[in-house]
Design a protein around this ligand. Structure first.
Ligand code: UT7
Length: 333
């Protein structure tokens, strides 16, 4: 697909949203039978009650395609209308080809260009910002932005410090030139000093798969939870404040804050640090756990479906993840 010459647009906005989570539900009670943990510990330390886990052979592109179909229906668009697909994921179906190409084929977006973007749990906001640039310059008109992960494939199901935290899912948004509202400001950041805090060591170019990497469980996600916790609180609060300042929007004007859904205690600490009212924060992590790149996308979609966000409302997205990376975005709905 080559670039069309569309008019330059002042702003880009979301024309449709959709999300999908796999059928299988894994509850805290189920986890009690797998590792030494308790429903009480998981609820009080994280707020998570259950999460959805992909079935055998169900990949990130399968979840993404269903979320994309729902977003297309919401936007009343056909797959052929999509000019570009950006799939934010750290768990593509395979290293090559990109997850975005599999999604393109599954939904029949035959006129689209397609690529993946890796920014871990901040992926959805990173991808929205990337898509915004294509739309605002007129390079593309309709961009399908997806945040999706099947992180369960990289979880050590004998490691209680990580296996209780995550779930699988996909969220999709269609970004187009905005008649009114749209993206008002965004802030992206990263600090590669902290690459060791949350990582999957093997399976890449530096440490390809070998019998040793399998024996040492190097293909699984490892995390220094409490350090990530502290940096997440500071990183998200600062990014949100910066994005609000950039947009010239006061926090009192914000109708809904959609934070990355990793841990209720992280969210509580962020809003306390910012002096933001708790009742304006959307939380759904109790149902899905941390769905990584999909987290903010699913939460945004559910908040809209539940009527928590209405036309003209000012909202803020806040994300944080492995890298470390972070991103915040202020939008008018
Ligand atoms: O998407 C961004 C990436 N991820 C995150 O944002 C996650 C950030 N971190 C966190 O959410 C929290 O740090 C955790 C939920 C991972 C852990 O909470 P914590 O309050 O930092 O607990 P901790 O790691 O300090 O562990 C406290 C205790 C330990 O026992 P001892 O050493 O005090 O005896 C752990 O062994 O809790 C134990 N523990 C568990 N106990 C029961 C750790 N995991 C579990 C578990 N069940 N699943």
């Amino acid at each position: 697909m080559t670039a069309k010459s569309n008019p330059v647009s002042a702003r880009a906005g979301i024309a449709g949203l959709g999300f999908y989570v796999p059928q299988r539900v894994l509850s805290n009670r189920d986890l009690e039978k797998m590792v030494e943990t308790s429903d009480e510990w998981i609820r009080t330390r994280t707020g998570i009650v259950e999460r959805h886990i992909a079935g055998q052979g169900e990949g990130t592109s399968d979840l993404s395609a269903e979320a994309a179909r729902r977003a297309l229906a919401d936007a009343r668009m056909k797959a052929e209308d999509i000019d570009l697909i950006i799939a934010a994921t750290t768990t593509p179906d395979m290293p090559l080809p990109s997850c975005a190409c599999f999604i393109q084929e599954k939904i029949g977006a035959k006129n689209a260009a397609a690529f993946d973007l890796g920014a871990a749990c901040a992926g959805f906001v990173y991808a929205l910002v990337a898509a915004e640039q294509f739309v605002k310059t007129g390079f593309y008109r309709n961009v399908l932005v997806i945040g999706a992960d099947v992180i369960s494939s990289f979880i050590d199901w004998t490691d209680r410090s990580t296996c209780v935290l995550f779930g699988d899912g996909a969220g999709a948004a269609i970004l187009t030139p905005a008649g009114s509202g749209g993206i008002l400001s965004s802030v992206l950041g990263s600090d590669g000093h902290y690459t060791d805090l949350l990582k999957i060591s093997a399976g890449g170019s530096k440490m390809p798969a070998s019998p040793e990497t399998v024996t040492h469980k190097d293909h699984y996600l490892k995390m220094s939870g409490s350090e990530v916790f502290k940096l997440a609180v500071r990183g998200m609060a600062e990014a949100v404040n910066e994005a609000l300042e950039k947009a010239g929007v006061k926090k009192e004007e914000v109708k809904c804050l959609i934070p990355h859904q990793a841990n209720q205690r992280i969210i509580d600490a962020v809003v306390e640090r910012m002096g933001f009212p708790k009742e304006k924060v959307f939380v759904n992590l109790q149902k899905y756990g941390n769905t990584s790149s999909a987290s903010c996308a699913i939460a945004l979609c559910e908040a809209v479906q539940e009527g928590k966000i209405k036309k003209k409302d000012k909202i803020v997205l806040a994300t944080f993840g492995s890298g470390l990376v972070w991103g915040a975005m202020v939008m008018e709905w």
